[in-house]
Design a protein around this ligand. Structure first.
Ligand code: SAM
Ligand code: SF4
Ligand code: F3S
Length: 457
């Protein structure tokens, strides 16, 4: 095989953890001499998978089947399956398809470049890398010599922990991502400093439950609030975000940080899951609605304009119409700016698989439609309330909609994470990663429109 065939193509499903892992893997492979290529030309076809619901799991199986078409034509080509479904199914993928030659679990992403090199030189070998590590597994940090560190210039994710100890009744994550392992504060800060020096302005701290950072046997005693203050103080970090934040562990010091740290973004994703205490209890979430509403009140006191977003599950086993009405009421009362809502899906090995009665599919679907209609209403009024205000937008990319030849619409996000589209002169300048003050003059269904005030910087 010639050097020309050392090519890869990554397909990513799931949450920001996977997006971040795939970004790392792409940079690491390039450092190992691999090049990115389109799906139909790549030697290593890598799928980074998500197992959180049945649907993304099924998508992986059909994708593995579809990718077989390339491998059948060229023996050198192969499929590598990584991430959460790989951890769940393991070597079972070898039985599903002759073309899968690597399965790697969520703690093994760091070893994939070596693994792929092995397979590249040996066309018959198959590798399973599925072990969980004991502590936070450090991966060699690859910064590109020039150019952005992520697909969104000026933005980066930093992992502060791996795994999750919560075992919510419905959730497969603790089984496929392993137990919680906090990273050392020193390592986190060193990575953030390097990113800031490289031009990163917006940083997102990542973990399944960042509020319990350090509260495991690998922790170094720094609380999540203390970490926020340390990261926010690093020169160049203009915007700081974090996700996911579990309501049971959201400490008063973190809430206070919203009142004290100007570069902490004005948006918080605080997954509520249900508005019914009975359902929250069955889910094992560890909080009730009185606690949740208390947090909302505290956050609004600390930062009155804070935009709250959430995750919601409908049709959890035993959820009644009354429970669901409580969810609708709570969603309206908090006034979430947006939400991700899902129909409950049985996941192998989780406690809720054995919970009865299951909610009928049609009933759950109808609840989801009602919930999403309410959310559309709330999103729309929250966006309308922004019209007439001035805000700072981090520019991401020119949007598809272009107005003739002289104007390009740029898409960006404000500090709350709202999408803003701004018409700008269509010259050759690359504005991705630049900040711009924008006057908001219209609200669309899911985004805002505005005009530039001054120059991007
Ligand atoms: N760690 C985050 C937290 O606790 O908020 C959530 C991580 S999970 C990957 C993302 C979301 O998927 C959850 O907030 C939940 O709403 C949803 N989810 C998880 N398991 C689910 C299941 N079995 N069925 C439907 N939705 C599920
Ligand atoms: Fe899943 Fe709960 Fe952990 Fe979130 S906190 S990843 S929902 S077990
Ligand atoms: Fe999916 Fe794994 Fe994330 S199950 S949501 S990719 S942690």
């Amino acid at each position: 095989m010639t050097q020309d065939n050392k090519t890869f193509h990554i397909m990513t499903f799931g949450c920001q953890m996977n997006v971040h892992d795939s970004g790392w893997l792409a940079r690491a492979l390039m450092a190992y001499g691999w090049r990115e290529a389109p799906e139909d030309q790549a030697t290593a076809l890598i799928i980074n998978t998500c197992s959180v619901r049945d649907k993304p799991e099924q998508k992986v199986y059909s994708l593995v089947g579809r990718l077989g078409q390339y491998c059948r034509k060229d023996n050198a080509k192969f499929v590598a399956v990584g991430g959460c479904v790989a951890q769940q199914v393991g070597e079972g993928f070898f039985e599903r398809s002759d073309h899968v030659r690597l399965v790697f679990g969520t703690d093994q992403t760091g070893q994939v470049p070596e693994g792929l090199d092995k397979l590249y030189h040996d066309e018959v070998e198959r590798l399973a890398m599925l072990d969980f590590e004991d502590g936070f597994k450090l991966r060699k940090f690859h910064l590109p010599d020039d150019g952005p560190v992520s697909h969104l210039p000026g933005q980066a994710f930093v992992n502060i922990m791996q795994g999750c100890d919560n075992f919510c009744a419905y959730c497969i994550v603790p089984y496929v991502r392993g137990r919680q392992k906090s990273r050392s504060t020193e390592d986190i800060l060193a990575e953030v400093r390097a990113l800031a020096e490289h031009g990163v302005r917006e940083l997102t701290l990542l973990g399944q439950n960042v509020n319990s950072f350090s509260l495991d046997r690998h922790g170094d005693g720094t609380s999540f609030a203390q970490l926020l203050y340390k990261v926010a103080a690093i020169p160049g970090i203009r915007r700081l975000r974090f996700t996911s934040s579990h309501p049971k562990d959201l400490a008063p010091e973190v809430i206070n940080a919203f009142g004290e740290l100007p570069n902490l973004c004005t948006g918080l994703h605080l997954p509520m899951q249900s508005g019914s205490d009975r359902v929250l209890n069955a889910m094992g979430r560890g909080y009730d609605m009185a606690r949740y509403m208390g947090l909302v009140e505290g956050l609004r006191r600390a930062r009155p304009e804070i935009a709250l977003t959430t995750d919601l599950i409908v049709g959890f086993p035993g959820e009644t119409e009354e429970d669901f009405l409580e969810t609708l009421e709570a969603v309206r009362e908090v006034g979430f700016e947006s939400s991700f809502s899902f129909i409950y899906s049985d996941r192998p090995g989780t406690r809720s698989v054995r919970m009865e009665p299951k909610v009928e599919r049609e009933v759950a679907q109808e609840r989801l439609i009602r919930l999403q209609a309410l959310q559309d209403e709330l999103t729309s009024s929250a966006l309308k309330a922004q019209v007439g205000t001035e805000t700072e937008v981090l520019l991401e990319s020119p949007s598809k909609k272009q107005d003739g030849g002289d104007i390009v619409f740029w898409r960006g996000r404000d500090s709350c994470g709202r999408v803003v589209n701004i018409p700008l002169p269509a010259d050759d300048s690359d504005l991705a990663g630049k900040l711009l003050t924008v006057h908001i003059d219209a609200a669309k269904k899911h985004s805002l429109m505005g005009k530039a005030v001054g120059e991007p910087w």
